[in-house]
Design a protein around this ligand. Structure first.
Ligand SMILES: [Zn+2]
Ligand SMILES: [Zn+2]
Length: 386
């Protein structure tokens, strides 16, 4: 990014932080967490610690960073190198990113650029550049309204599993719009904070519906029709058994055209397709019903995670708590920068909305945009100050 554009972004962030002091909720257990930030035009600075919110806030206003992070973990000495920090526990965190959902709209709004010849195109990144054959190609992922809505759906699925299957109280589940492509979910609870990497990995698999096998629902290789009538899950049962029982209603099996005999229907199906085909079908169903999360984020106990109430350097949007996820509109509620007009040159941008304004597609044009929209594009490298 060029100096003029960097200066605009930093100024916009500074202006926001300067006024936002009373809107930022200080992280819990602040002195036990590691903090880090990426300055505009710089690289990550980590292993920081703040004793008071005043110290942290002073950094936000002074540096107006591109991104601010804090550890999900609590440490004895957050500023020491990783091995000497002394891990005490950590929040249970989940990351939902629209890009991982691989929606069909990606090909309409994602962008790639060949690192060798500079060829730029809209669409999915090719294996190699059609112009020069280079394999090193950078991509720009964009989240449209459909992407954000789909990410929200995954968050809703996840929250339901956490509440129903793990008995986590709604008040312990904090849901945030990530500031860019999805949602972050954080659970701060004495019950989960001690969990090690393995336990967290199991939770990640469980909520994703990964690793579910027929035996998990009482279906064994040699199961007879009678065994199945007895063992197959019923609607209303807890956990994955109950969830799959609901899905069985929609499985189409020849000779069964209504929902009345779901158990008989599935037992008959098993008789026809037997173990390995049934297993495959079950796996697909479980993955569909599970939440698509980035399991690495949940598993990594040393991860630093974007801090709530801070701005995302690629969008200028806020990582914002969602009090009512169902009705949450990220492209309205997370937009906090001003509407003062600035002139920018836009290389390319897909159609988008911020607040109530729709912005059309731009291609190699000089335009005056409200600061919030200029930063939204500049942060992704699509626009620059002229
Ligand atoms: Zn090329
Ligand atoms: Zn999309």
């Amino acid at each position: 990014m060029d100096d003029k554009t960097l200066a605009l972004m930093k100024q916009a962030f500074k202006q926001y932080y300067f006024k936002a002091g009373d809107k930022i909720i200080p992280p819990t257990r602040m002195s036990e967490r590691e903090f880090g930030y990426i300055p505009f035009g710089g690289s990550m600075i980590r292993h920081l610690s703040f004793k008071t919110f005043g110290d942290l806030y002073a950094l936000l206003v002074r540096e107006a960073p591109h991104s601010v992070y804090y550890s999900a973990a609590y440490y004895h000495e957050p500023t020491l190198p990783m091995h000497d920090k002394g891990w005490k526990g950590g929040d249970l965190i989940f990351d939902i990113d629209a890009d991982n959902l691989k929606l069909p709209c990606k090909k309409d709004h994602d962008l790639w650029e060949c690192k060798n010849c500079g060829l730029k195109r809209i669409g999915l990144r090719p294996e190699k550049c059609p112009n020069c054959g280079e394999v090193s190609i950078s991509e720009l992922n964009w989240a449209c309204e459909k992407c954000l809505e789909a990410a929200k759906n995954e968050a809703l699925k996840l929250i339901e599993i956490l509440m129903k299957d793990f008995g986590i109280n709604k008040s312990e589940i904090k849901t945030y719009f990530s500031g860019n492509m999805g949602y972050h979910i954080t659970i701060e609870s004495a019950e989960f904070e001690d969990l090690d990497q393995t336990a967290r990995s199991e939770i990640a698999d469980y909520v994703s519906g990964r690793g579910l096998i027929p035996e998990s629902i009482g279906v064994f290789k040699r199961a007879t029709y009678e065994d199945l009538l007895k063992n197959l899950p019923r609607v209303g049962e807890p956990g994955w058994r109950g969830r799959l029982a609901i899905s069985f209603k929609n499985w189409k099996v020849k000779g069964f055209d209504n929902d009345n005999d779901v158990i008989k229907k599935i037992a008959t199906l098993y008789g026809k397709i037997r173990y390995s085909k049934f297993k495959k079908r079950l796996e697909v169903e479980a993955l569909n019903m599970g939440a698509v999360i980035d399991t690495m984020v949940t598993t990594d106990v040393h991860r630093i995670f974007r801090m709530p109430d801070t701005l995302h350097g690629e969008t200028g949007l806020l990582k914002k708590m969602c009090d009512n996820l169902l009705d949450f509109d990220p492209l309205n509620e997370a937009v906090v920068l001003s509407d003062e007009l600035v002139e920018v040159f836009i290389d390319y941008s897909p159609k988008f909305r911020l607040k109530d304004q729709i912005y059309r597609t731009f291609k190699k044009e000089k335009v005056k945009l409200p600061l919030m929209a200029a930063v939204y594009l500049a942060g992704k490298g699509l626009a620059r100050v002229i």
